[in-house]
Design a protein around this ligand. Structure first.
Ligand SMILES: NC(=O)c1ccc[n+]([C@@H]2O[C@H](COP(=O)([O-])OP(=O)(O)OC[C@H]3O[C@@H](n4cnc5c(N)ncnc54)[C@H](OP(=O)(O)O)[C@@H]3O)[C@@H](O)[C@H]2O)c1
Length: 304
């Protein structure tokens, strides 16, 4: 395993992490997959209060040390008191004393960022969280958030980044590199769409490149991200073979020519999650937060 520094914190994160969105269908197998990733040297696991996988992560990491656990507060909890409350629920679900990286899941224009960050800084002061991160923030949103922080830095921005979705290359990646903000690359396989028939030509091209290194197309796609300074992909894998393949995507270095060949592959008609969310009609937003609230009520009623 190779490691990368998180921002300029001195924290060493495995160059590939573990994503946990949509886990939960086959918990035994998924827990085993996470443990296999840890056995192979991954120390970085990402979850969110929205995913309903914090308890699964807690079970998978029992007895494991030296891990770096990241979770996220949902945008409808960005009021000061709600951030504090969400954090304490996540701490309880994760079974940890402190969250290593606490991230704002999506920007929320309804709540002043200064209020949300005041709560995040309180959590750092109280030792409930160790580092502050954001997710799905543009350069402008990052600047605004950086501007209201008093004693802490934003150490990471979690955004969609893959061979097929390269939105961060529009200035965000360069800005983050200058400001020493790590990019945590989510959906590095475009949520699995990368392996669909519409992308078979690109997959074949990456498989051909991989042959030279004894690696699969998925490992080439991850290594393309890992080869970028400050970028850490967090693939989700629900089984041991996928996890093993992902964990073993770091022990080789793609040549400059091969990186250039991958750069030339098309986006395969895939659009980013954030651009799809932006296109959602405004009236859908209250509906979605109501849905999230309903789910939380159900969770707390059933003690899960
Ligand atoms: N911050 C945000 O707003 C945000 C948004 C989306 C995602 N995320 C984070 O990013 C993580 C990853 O993104 P994602 O869940 O969208 O999907 P992803 O990692 O891009 O893709 C997951 C899909 O790829 C398959 N897969 C995994 N490893 C494979 C391999 N080696 N070979 C072939 N197929 C493989 C998985 O199959 P199996 O499941 O069968 O293993 C699954 O179908 C999430 O879990 C979450 O932590 C964050």
């Amino acid at each position: 395993m190779i490691f990368k520094e998180l921002g300029s914190t001195g924290e060493r994160l495995s160059a590939v992490g573990i994503g946990t969105w949509k886990l939960g269908r086959n918990q035994e197998e998924e827990t085993e997959a996470i443990r296999e990733g840890i056995r192979l040297g991954i120390n970085f696991i990402d979850t969110a209060e929205m995913y309903n996988t914090e308890e699964l992560v807690a079970r998978a990491i029992i007895g494991r040390e030296g891990l770096f656990i990241a979770t996220k507060v949902s945008p409808h909890h960005f009021r000061y008191d709600d951030v504090i409350k969400s954090c304490s629920s996540s701490l309880a679900r994760l079974g940890v004393k402190s969250i290593d990286l606490y991230q704002l899941h999506w920007p929320n224009k309804q709540v002043p960022i200064a209020e949300t960050m005041r709560a995040m800084e309180r959590l750092v002061k109280d030792g409930k969280i160790r580092h502050i991160g954001v997710s799905n923030f543009s350069v402008e949103e990052l600047k605004e958030a950086m501007g209201v922080l008093k004693a802490n830095d934003i150490v990471s921005n979690q955004v969609e980044y893959s061979v097929f979705v390269r939105d961060p290359q529009d200035g965000l990646e360069a800005f983050c590199a200058r400001e020493k903000i790590s990019i945590i690359a989510y959906s590095p396989f475009s949520s699995g769409k990368m392996f669909g028939p519409a992308r078979s030509e690109s997959i074949e091209a990456m498989a051909a490149i991989g042959k030279k290194y004894g690696k699969a197309a998925a490992q080439v796609a991850l290594n393309w991200l890992i080869s970028k300074k400050g970028v850490i992909p967090i693939p989700k894998a629900a089984n041991v073979p996928h996890m093993r393949e992902n964990a073993e995507s770091t022990g080789f270095r793609l040549s400059r020519e091969d990186i250039a060949k991958i750069d030339e592959l098309g986006t395969g008609g895939i659009t980013s999650l954030s651009s799809r969310v932006k296109r959602m009609p405004k009236r859908a937003t209250p509906f979605l937060s109501k849905l999230a609230e309903k789910r939380e009520k159900l969770r707390s009623r059933h003690g899960i």
